[in-house]
Design a protein around this ligand. Structure first.
Ligand code: SF4
Length: 182
């Protein structure tokens, strides 16, 4: 089985959301300290093609359910969260809605001065090879936690990660260059 090829094919199946909208799997969170450094807002996206065995959020896999929300409404809600240092995209799989995620990432950085992290079931290398909007979203980030959750490699002692194969990549925002790896 060529896992890399399969992953590229999966990444190609982008969620269809109208321009200016994003599909969420749950309400926006704030004051979160378990999905990245500092005090963070968290945005839960809907839709994931990875279907990792042992996934804790299988209800987020379906591309058609959840809540369609305008990006302007997301920004309005986020603006009410005081004292946050950043925003983290969780899923679901944020990289199947890369255009909307990038727009939100760029706006929270510019309007609130927050840093931006994202989780992905795809690896950095797969996103880079795929290019296009997923790579553009990655370049807008300060950190990426990458790779699928692998049940056999589960390790609850890792910072912000569920399994040993997953990496916390600190990125040079704007270029996607890897600055350090945890
Ligand atoms: S990538 Fe994340 S949301 Fe998707 S199946 Fe794997 S663990 Fe679940």
């Amino acid at each position: 089985m060529d896992w890399h090829k399969i992953s590229l094919d999966k990444l190609a199946k982008q969620a269809e959301v109208p321009e200016g909208y994003i599909r969420l799997s749950g309400p926006l969170e704030h004051d979160n300290i378990v999905n990245g450094d500092g005090l963070r807002a968290v945005l839960w996206t809907q839709g994931c093609p990875n279907h990792c065995p042992g996934c804790q959020n299988p209800e987020t896999w379906d591309y058609e359910v959840g809540m369609l929300v305008t990006i302007d409404e997301i920004m309005e809600r986020l603006s009410q969260f005081k004292g946050q240092t950043g925003l983290t995209f969780c899923g679901g799989e944020p990289f199947v809605q890369p255009k909307a995620c990038r727009e939100i990432a760029e706006r929270v950085r510019k309007e609130f001065g927050w840093d931006v992290w994202s989780f992905s079931g795809f690896t950095y290398e797969i996103i880079k090879e795929y290019g296009g909007e997923p790579w553009a979203f990655l370049k807008s980030l300060d950190a990426l936690i990458d790779g699928p959750f692998i049940l056999k490699q589960r390790d609850l002692s890792l910072r912000f990660r569920g399994s040993k194969n997953q990496r916390l990549l600190h990125l040079k925002q704007g270029t996607g260059e890897i600055l350090s790896i945890e």
